[in-house]
Design a protein around this ligand. Structure first.
Ligand SMILES: Nc1ncnc2c1ncn2[C@@H]1O[C@H](COP(=O)(O)OP(=O)(O)O)[C@@H](O)[C@H]1O
Ligand SMILES: [Mg+2]
Length: 235
């Protein structure tokens, strides 16, 4: 049994059906990337898994328990965190205060965890008393990830971690995710537009298109598939 299993997930907004029965697995300590065109429903899938929007049909299980229909904070308490693409830090709070808020559940964040975050990203320690809103985009992304890791989750969902970053910083983001997985044994499910680079850092991937599964496989299988390359990786 995988750590996360989504089966036949149907969801959307109002009366707009966006996901038409999506299946997805993430194993313990795995890095999995979802790619696909803009508007495919990648972010919607993450929101449905995390309980920010309702699953209309289908089921999500996490660590062997049915979490379908739970609220996001309840899902977080079970060890599944989510880093949205935008507005993922509290801009008026300091870096340290953001870490202390952790994943926003009522659990005291230990100094030891904060020290881990500072060791992983020394720039955060250097800027710990500055407002998060004053950090660069890349630094805010580090802080958002670090905040999610404060509760030592089993799995973190990350929506487009490289979005808005200068091209030369993109590979660094994926290296960092790999380092986090090595250091914490946390599984990572990300959505990415920089598909080749993200897949190269992943164990497996999924292609989502128009709210449906199109392809899935190991990083190599997807990267070496002519069909995937032509349709989704820009040739
Ligand atoms: N809050 C929302 N309300 C209504 N429609 C939405 C909302 N968010 C996204 N959508 C629509 O759902 C579809 C899938 O969006 P999204 O999941 O963000 O795609 P992706 O992340 O793959 O680019 C798009 O057609 C988008 O316009
Ligand atoms: Mg998206």
């Amino acid at each position: 049994m995988a750590l996360l299993e989504a089966r036949g997930v149907v969801s959307g907004y109002g009366d707009a059906r966006i996901l038409h029965g999506v299946d997805l697995d993430v194993g313990a300590e795995e890095i999995v990337t979802i790619i696909g065109p803009n508007g495919a429903g990648k972010s919607t899938l993450m929101k449905a898994i995390y309980g920010l929007i309702d699953c209309w049909e289908g089921r999500v299980t996490f660590a062997g328990e049915d979490v379908t229909g739970l609220r996001a904070d309840e899902v977080t308490e079970r060890g599944l965190c989510y880093v949205p693409q935008r507005e993922n830090v509290f801009p008026t709070l300091t870096v340290r205060e953001n870490l202390e808020m952790g994943a926003y559940i009522e659990e005291t964040v230990s100094e030891e965890r904060i020290a881990d975050a500072f060791e992983r990203f020394p720039i955060l320690e250097e800027r710990q008393h500055r407002r998060a809103g004053a950090l660069s985009g890349g630094q805010q992304q580090m802080l958002a990830l670090s905040s999610a890791l404060m509760i030592d989750p089993e799995l973190v969902l990350v929506d487009e971690p490289s979005a808005g970053l200068a091209p030369d910083l993109v590979d660094e983001v994926f290296d960092r995710l790999v380092t986090i997985r090595e250091g914490t044994d946390t599984a990572i499910l990300m959505v990415e537009q920089n598909a080749r680079q993200a897949l190269s850092a992943s164990d497996r991937g999924y292609v989502l298109d128009m709210g449906e599964n199109r392809f899935e496989g190991t990083d190599r299988e997807l990267l070496e598939s002519d069909e995937v390359a032509n349709l989704y990786l820009g040739g």
